[in-house]
Structures are given as structure tokens and as C-alpha cells.
Design a binder for this molecule. Structure first.
Ligand code: UD1
Ligand code: MG
Length: 462
């Protein structure tokens, strides 16, 4: 009987060693066959192992240093390590540093006349397989810079509870290098005009140039992605789970291009896959520890970091509009939350569902308006939402006293009744995945009919 507990860690150790050998094998053989996807898988496995090893060891240290939070949806509110997401985030950054030679090495070799002189030097472009050209390195490094600033922001938020205006400003400033590289390297600021608009207005051109407005849009995307992940939160596994689902959806979209090498967007989607595969490795390790019943909290650090990973991938791989389709769930949550976010409706510090220790289930949490009554027109709008079963209100003498908090997490509980925390998280993640799949199919069917063009098939659809 004593053998079993001894064997368990040994088997898991064996898996770890096998994983390490596999990851090094995949990474190192890339130097021969120049297949970046293969090394991305190797780095992903390495990231999972390293992060999975560090998280349980770092958690007690974080608690000792005061980085902890109470799990509000458990009996007795146990204290868990907070901001643990900084470990997978930094693991990812280091992996991306190590990845550089495997992605760009062949293009970095130059021959010179020696003595530090570059007069007769030239870049050697021999058999480079699927490696990326030099200009992509600028994009890659600026993405890393952007991620570094957002990790810093997340950590500051976990330590000092920043104000909303700072949370908005910092990602936008951190993204300046990325936007400058976009301007120099790609600079495309036009968007396609839908076919029916062209037919209705007689507009002959297939696209319209938005100029600087397009940079404003990218800046908004950079602010939106990290913050939208952070407000779809408060249920074990949801913060990191939604980013895993997003990663899988974006990878599926990349795959559509990777199986059609003639596509003009093949290289950019190969690049996107190379950024996302290692991300999925570290995110999965965090999900393991954050899944119900959570052993650690991911913290704002991970929410901002993971949201920014998608923003930089979407921008540097030039599919930011498609990316927004995959963020449908986060967009709906943001729009639905906006009355509370913009102060029209009172927003408590926490909007996560309310835990009932008697049945172990979560119920919609509520915002109370006794101290700050709703304005008349806001109350009318809330009553309208109630008619469509989009909110749960408590009224006294015709006056709204309380409402369920405006998040889709609470809305699920309003619609489907109280649930266990893991059931709620699974339901939300499953819905996110299903909606994302529908968006993916629409992106490559309806959108090509609507715009008359799909970069997947390299042709105009008549
Ligand atoms: C955002 C949400 C807030 C939500 C919180 C939960 C908005 C405007 N803000 O705030 O409504 O309550 O995230 O993360 O929508 N916690 C749990 N269980 C979990 C995850 C978190 O109990 O599975 C609690 C813990 O006490 C943890 C704390 O939430 O310490 C973390 O909250 P924090 O990330 O600081 O909240 P915000 O991001 O500011
Ligand atoms: Mg948070």
C-alpha cells in the first residue's frame, strides 16, 4: 500500500523528464530542418514543464510576502497566492528570447571582410526553410517590449490596486514601439468596403484608407484586450481558461492558412502560430493550478499579459479585425458591463457571483442602489432589460433597490439558475468556444461573400 504514493511522484517525474527530452529534441532539430512550428511545440512543452514546476513552489513564498487573496466562493474563504500569473508570463518572455535564433538565425548570418567592417558584407540567404526575414524581428522584439510593459502594469495593479485611468493609459503607451514598427514595416491602414455598400453608393474602390484613425483603432484594441480579460473574471479557472479558448480559436484560424501555402497571409499566420503555441503551454500549466478548486489566483498580471499577447499577435500578424470576432464573448461582457464601468449604475468592488455555503452553489451577485439611487432614465432602461430577462431586479414600491451585477457570468446564473463554480466556468468556456467556432466559419464564408475577397484563397469572390 505504501508503494503507491511513492510511485506517483516518480511517474510524474518520469513524464517531466520525457517531456524535457522531447522539447529539447524538437527545439534543437529545428536548427537542421528550419521548421519554426516544430520548435514552437518544443518551447510550448518546455514552458508547461517549467511553469508547472515553479507555480506550486512559488505560491507559499508569494503568500509570505503578502501577495494573497481570499477565495470568496469557498467555505471559510481560504487564502490563496495572488498574482501567480507572473510566473507563466515571465517564463513565456524567456522562452520567446530563446526562440529568436530558431526563428531568425539564417537571416542573421552575414559575411564581411573582417575587422568589424561591413563594407563588403552581405546577408547570406541560403536554404532558410520557413524562417522569418529580418523585418519580422523588429516586429517580434517590439511585441516582447509591449508584453514586458504590460506585465509591469499587471504587477503594479496586483500590488497597489491602480486606478482605472492608469490601467487604460499604460498599455497604450507600452504599445508605441509596436505601432511604430507597424507603421514602418507594413503601414497598411485601409479596410475593405463591403460589396453591398459599394453597390448601394456606387463607390468604385474596394477599400477605404483610414489613415491615422487606424492607429487609433489599434491603440483601442491594445487597451481593450487586456482589460476585457480582467473583467470576465472571479470564477476559478475563468481568467486563464478564456485565454486558452482564445488561443485555440486563433490557432484554428492560423491552421486554415497554414494548410494553404499559396495564401498571401501564410507567413503572417505562421508567425502568429509561433507566438501562440508557446503561450498555450504556459497558460495550460496555470489553468491546472487555477482550475476549481483553485490552488492559486492568476492575478491582474496574467489577465493583462494574456490579453496583450492576443493584441500584439493580431496587430503584428495583420488580422486584428478577425481577432475581434474571437473576442465576441469579451466584447458582449464589456458592452453589458458598460453601465457599471462608466458609473451610470453603482459598481461594487467585486461583481463575482455570490457563494451560498448551504448548497455550495453560486447565485447572481447584486448591486444595491439605496445609497445612490438610479437616475430616472437609467431605471427605465433597467426595467426594459428586465423585460427581456437580461437582468434581475429587486423593487420596493416601484423603486429599484437592487439589480444583479451586469456581467455575463451573473447573466448565466440569471438564465440557467444557481450552479456549482466549476459548472459555471465550464458553461462559460464552452459557450465562448462554440461562439468562436461559429465566428471562424462566418469569417471564411459570409465575410468573403460580404467583402468579395478572402485572403485565405488569394482571390476576389465575384
Ligand atoms: C475584476 C472585476 C471584479 C471581480 C474581480 C474578480 C470588474 C470591473 N472588475 O476586478 O468585479 O470581482 O475582477 O477577479 O468587472 N477571486 C475569487 N475567485 C476567483 C478569482 C478571484 O474569489 O476565482 C477574488 C479573490 O479575492 C482575489 C480577487 O478576486 O483576490 C482578485 O480580484 P482583482 O483581480 O484584484 O479584481 P479586479 O481585477 O480589480
Ligand atoms: Mg483582476
Amino acid at each position: 500500500m505504501l508503494v503507491v504514493p511513492k510511485l506517483v511522484p516518480k511517474i510524474s517525474n518520469m513524464f517531466q523528464v520525457a517531456g524535457l527530452i522531447l522539447s529539447f529534441g524538437l527545439i534543437l532539430s529545428t536548427s537542421l530542418n528550419h521548421q519554426p512550428l516544430q520548435s514552437a511545440v518544443g518551447f510550448s512543452i518546455l514552458g508547461y514543464i517549467v511553469s508547472n514546476y515553479l507555480i506550486p513552489r512559488a505560491a507559499p513564498v508569494f503568500i509570505r510576502k503578502g501577495l494573497s487573496g481570499k477565495d470568496l466562493s469557498k467555505v471559510g474563504n481560504p487564502v490563496l497566492a495572488e498574482a501567480i500569473g507572473v510566473i507563466p508570463a515571465i517564463t513565456y518572455l524567456f522562452l520567446m528570447f530563446l526562440f529568436i535564433p530558431f526563428l531568425f538565425f539564417k537571416f542573421l548570418i552575414t559575411e564581411t571582410s573582417g575587422g568589424g567592417s561591413r563594407d563588403s558584407g552581405h546577408t547570406v540567404l541560403e536554404d532558410v526553410g520557413s524562417l522569418f526575414p529580418h523585418n519580422k524581428l523588429a516586429s517580434y522584439l517590439s511585441s516582447i517590449l509591449c508584453l514586458e510593459s504590460v506585465i509591469l502594469l499587471g504587477l503594479m495593479d496586483d500590488l497597489f490596486d491602480l486606478r482605472w485611468r492608469h490601467k487604460f493609459l499604460i498599455p497604450a503607451v507600452g504599445a508605441i514601439p509596436l505601432l511604430i514598427v507597424y507603421y514602418i514595416d507594413f503601414g497598411v491602414t485601409w479596410i475593405l468596403v463591403p460589396k453591398f455598400v459599394r453597390q448601394l453608393t456606387g463607390w468604385e474602390q474596394t477599400s477605404i484608407d483610414l489613415g491615422w484613425l487606424y492607429y487609433g483603432y489599434m491603440g483601442a484594441l491594445i487597451i481593450f484586450c487586456p482589460n476585457s480579460v480582467n473583467i470576465l473574471a472571479g470564477v476559478n479557472g475563468l481568467e486563464v481558461g478564456q485565454t486558452v479558448v482564445l488561443g485555440v480559436l486563433v490557432l484554428l484560424n492560423d491552421l486554415c492558412y497554414l494548410v494553404s501555402p499559396d495564401s498571401p497571409a501564410f507567413e503572417t499566420h505562421l508567425y502568429s502560430a509561433c507566438m501562440l503555441i508557446p503561450f498555450l503551454g504556459v497558460a495550460l500549466s496555470l489553468l491546472k493550478w487555477n482550475w476549481f478548486p483553485a490552488k492559486v489566483f492568476v492575478g491582474d498580471t496574467f489577465c493583462y499579459f494574456s490579453g496583450m499577447v492576443f493584441a500584439v499577435v493580431g496587430i503584428s500578424s495583420h488580422f486584428s479585425k478577425t481577432l475581434l470576432l474571437f473576442f465576441s464573448m469579451q466584447i458582449v461582457n464589456f458592452v453589458y458591463s458598460s453601465p457599471q464601468l462608466f458609473g451610470l449604475v453603482f459598481c461594487p468592488r467585486h461583481r463575482l457571483p455570490k457563494f451560498n455555503s448551504e448548497d455550495g452553489k453560486l447565485y447572481p451577485s447584486r448591486a444595491n442602489f439605496k445609497e445612490k439611487p438610479l437616475k430616472k432614465w437609467v431605471a427605465a432602461a433597467m426595467l426594459l432589460l428586465e423585460r427581456f430577462k437580461l437582468v434581475q431586479l429587486t423593487k420596493k414600491d416601484g423603486i429599484i433597490e437592487e439589480s444583479s451585477n451586469l456581467t455575463i457570468i451573473n447573466l448565466f446564473l440569471v438564465w440557467f439558475g444557481p450552479m456549482r463554480e466549476d459548472q459555471l466556468c465550464s458553461a462559460l468556456l464552452f459557450t465562448q468556444f462554440a461562439v468562436g467556432l461559429v465566428c471562424l466559419v462566418l469569417r471564411h464564408t459570409l465575410a468573403s461573400l460580404l467583402f468579395g475577397y478572402d485572403n485565405l484563397f488569394l482571390k476576389f469572390v465575384s
